[in-house]
Design a protein around this ligand. Sequence first.
Ligand SMILES: *Cc1c(COP(=O)(O)O)cnc(C)c1O
Length: 439
Amino acid sequence: MNLVKTDKEIALLIKKEATRQKETIDLIPSENHTSRAVREALGSVLTDKYSEGYPKKRYYQGHKYIDQIEILAEERAKKLFGVPYVNVQPYSGSPANLAVYLATCTPQKDKIMGLSLAFGGHLTHGQPQSSTGQFFKSVLYELDKEGFLDFGAIEKLAQKEKPKIIVCGYTAYPRIIDFKRFGQIADKVGAYLMADISHIAGLIVGRVHQSPVSFAHIITTTTHKTLRGPRGALIMVTEKGLEKNPDLPKKIDSAIIPGLQGGPHDHQTAAIAVALAEASTQEFKNYAAQIVKNAKRLASSLSKAGFDLISGGTDNHLILIDLQNKKANGALAAIALEAAGIVSNKNAVPFDPMPPFYPSGIRIGTPAVTTRGMKEKEMEKIAFWTNEVIEEVKNEKLPTDKAVRVEFMKDFRARITKNKKLLLIAKEVKNLTAKFPLP
Ligand SMILES: *Cc1c(COP(=O)(O)O)cnc(C)c1O
């Protein structure tokens, strides 16, 4: 590795990050560990090429091989998801979603209808903080009291608001999404249905979550979550989408370039192609099934330890824990868990009384630990440790005054990183992770 010679600072930080990943348990449900093959493609000479345009229609010369790579990525995606059209160029999930709205909606006129961020929607589903909620009109739906999709309320809202596009697919929803029901609602009001399957794409190709292909017009997904590829995204149009609007592919292509992006990241495209091939194997199907088995075991073990899980459990790869009954706060819990070698993220729970930076919950998931080969037995251990950690932070009083809170957080961080119990758990975590090497 030449980096060590030319840039010691960055080389050392990469090495430290690799060690951090190796010695901790990654429960962030949007993260995963890519294969060496994926990273080899990503770190290749392909990053040096400029390829504005699409295969056989480029603005630069020198595309003999790049075109073949992009076509392979497209063919693999189409086959894997069962769709007639795909664009593999979006830099990531957020620009992919924006491109879909640019292709289907008139700015300041048409309406996007998505799940509110506070309930597990994504920023790019029309949130007012996101350009998707500023360039376009938007209306946001919510979950019911138990944390489930409320189709009666969603249908009513759609009929009243007449959105141009309805978005389903979430960041913190632990249950199966009924795409069929969404399709019926969209058809009733004449809207496009966009399924953003970023979190569950790997589960869908692994056949442990139903596919939106027969019900949605457009499907977007990131490639780096359960799908286990590099950072990136895909925009797909289904047969149903082509029937509604045969121009969708053309519109999406030009929304990406020249609408939103310049040259595609060819190294990313190649790595996506590699990940798509990996995701089409029986081994990957087994992996997807194990993700869900692990999440279910983790959920039941946490329930037994008295944790309050939103919706009561999970059908997929993630679990949303409401810590209010444990008298703990999500932000403090996430910091304490990290001190114990367990990496998670704080998350709002439905109808959260707390502000977004200090929410009442944490969100955890099993894609990364399952990639490392962990099974149900390890999930029980993780649930046990999680409970031990939360016991250490319950009854911490988070000040409501902002200035006092800043001081409190400083003190809390200093205390928690020296907590003997947590340091002991971190050591046990390190011992466990040593038996489950990274790819
Ligand atoms: C992760 C995610 C995105 C955005 O992806 P980025 O690559 O971070 O821009 C969009 N939608 C959903 C549902 C996601 O989970």
